[in-house]
Design a protein around this ligand. Sequence first.
Ligand code: 13P
Ligand code: SF4
Length: 319
Amino acid sequence: MLKTEIIEKIKKLKQEKNAVLLAHYYQRSEVQDIADFLGDSLQLSQEAAKTKADIIVFAGVHFMAETAKILSPDKKVLIPDLNAGCSLSDSCKAEDLKRFKEQYPEHTVISYVNTTAEVKALTDICCTSSNALKIVDSLPKNEKIIFGPDRNLGNYIKSLTGRENMLIWNGACHVHEAFSVENIINLKKQYPQAKVLAHPECKEPVLMLADYIGSTAALLAFSATDNTQTYIVATESGIIHQMQQKSPKKEFIPVASSNALDSNVDDSCGACSSCEFMKLISLEKIYDSLLNEQFEVNIDEDIRKKAKKSIVKMLELSL
Ligand code: 13P
Ligand code: SF4
């Protein structure tokens, strides 16, 4: 089927079934272009909570679709590919967090939304990279915190707040951890006027080289309003599509991942950091998903209710 044909069929099915397509900024460009709503993790969870659609098709990864189902249990939530997982979410298993909590019963648990419903059910307040600082700051200075699962975001927030009483989970996103410091230094030499934009899931040496650190949506907003012409982008490369659309005259250069450089990938885009889980979602799979109403995301009701509390708390604190 031609791309234009698939797009037309997706539009028709969405209308017939009163379905909405939510997509994360790390999706393929052609998926971003047909989304009804495009956003970062926080914006997508806010949208999932208020949509009037009967069906939510989630062009993102599994934990995002789960979050939508937790917030909108009466809606059918579909993910076009069940293999769209997340290395960060995988780095925190519910049984491990449960044991850890037993060791530190007096700690408040703050978990990134990049976690399973089971982990959210063990969490007091969720956060995303957009609101992590606000959520941590909402707690009294002397409150003991377990922050997980992203160690880079956790350490970054710890350094901003100066809190000593934060236990950081030892998890990470394989995409954001892989950016090559050497590549950033070389790019800075090549483009001396460029600003470095970095996501807080990146390692500390990358963050130290950044001119601006922020969530995906914050990086996008900064690039659109700032008056520099060239940016070196240390986050998942899918966001560059939106950056380029908002600022067609500016130049955005993706940072390569060390792994890709080690394996001598010479094509700059082949080496740039892309989340293979996010890129599993294609137009064809979205069409199949809508047509066959697959693959439905369901959550045990007891887990869902507990998980919902931690997300609702986050949404209330994010207003
Ligand atoms: P944000 O959408 O909060 O920027 O998180 C980035 C991410 O890695 C999502 O999977
Ligand atoms: Fe997970 Fe990282 Fe991919 Fe985001 S970019 S979905 S955190 S693996």
